[in-house]
Design a protein. Sequence first.
Lengths: 326, 95
Amino acid sequence: MTDVILTGTVTDALGLTASMPVTVTSTTADPWATLDGRANAPTGAPQYPTALNGYAVRPPWKVAGVDYRVGINTGVVLKPALTGTLPSGVSRNTTAHSFTITGSNVVLDSWDFSQNGGWNVGVTGANARITNCKFMCGANANPPIDSSSSATNIYIGYCDINGNGQDVGMGGLITDLGHGFTVEYCWIRNSGSDMMQKHGQGGAIVIRYNIVEQGGKLAGSHGDYTQILNGPSTAYIYFNFSQQTGGSTQGFMTEFLTEGSVKNNTLIGGCSYWTSVDISSLVTTMTMTDNYVDATAFGFRYPNATNSKLIYSGNKDLKTGNAIPA
Amino acid sequence: MHQHLKRKRRMTTTTYTGTVTDSSVPPQTFSTTIILTSTPPPLAMTIAAVPQSAPANTPRTVTEVATGGTPPYTYTLTGPGVNLSNATGVFSVTV
């Protein structure tokens, strides 16, 4: 803090004067305030406020799920998927328990897709927005969200997506066959296998301000938090919180990218590797910096290689505060 | 808090004349004069900044209010990089 003293003086018509000081305090602005996601987070208590207790260090920013809540906005009343009134550009199949977003710029907001054995939302249109929706996989074995090759720029925000350890086939809880997607402020958990998959078409992937936890819960699975296939894609993965106990999964795998970054994530527990890179697909760089990690399995990254297109710096071990070697 | 007053308050005077006349013929009168002296209340001021505490480079409103003395008033605000003057006492500064 810095104090500045200003002095006010008043002079009356006869030339008499009176003076008085006032102290103005300048606080130090938090450089993370507009970066770490807190500004647009849902209200309500974070899911895991004590998750970082006991570590030697913690990130200097506010962590999703630890310092602020993610998921469905507080107070939202969810519409039942079976009977709710559909917005234009959306169709419903009550036998298959699925919605299809065929229109462009459709907003699918505040729906409960967790009932009736679990629903699927498929996207074929452009610029769909799926917000404040609750998914939980069940007896129908429906993947929560997927898209066809015609889909572009899907936005998934403020959703609760619970895989419930169910087998939903070869895809993930979110599977994009289209042209890029953004996932933010979501609570994504308990996938039977993968959390998020990207196939073909390329496009930009943005994954930020989420809790992504507990993947690969199905016996015999080989999960990934992200699996990116057949690019070229770019991926920017930052300010997420992940924890993993049990299950069998890898973390944020970033193959088939031309460029990307995995930055400022907080990662705890037993992913086989928290990150991986396919150097051969990179055109520019992959930046993996300033992640805080408690890796209890193989480690933070794969491969443990040096390459001009790989930038590793500022990653820290939560347990010791020491830098993770570049 | 510090306050500095230059104590040179100027006095103002008002002259009143009283006259009494009796009922005699011819009437007799008597007059006398009284001079009343008054001084204005001492000049004083208050000052406040809103917000008082905020991140650096935040606009603040500093308000000065004078009492006593003899209006009209002229207000000034000085400090590091600040040298302002007006007749309202309300200043906007970025600190």
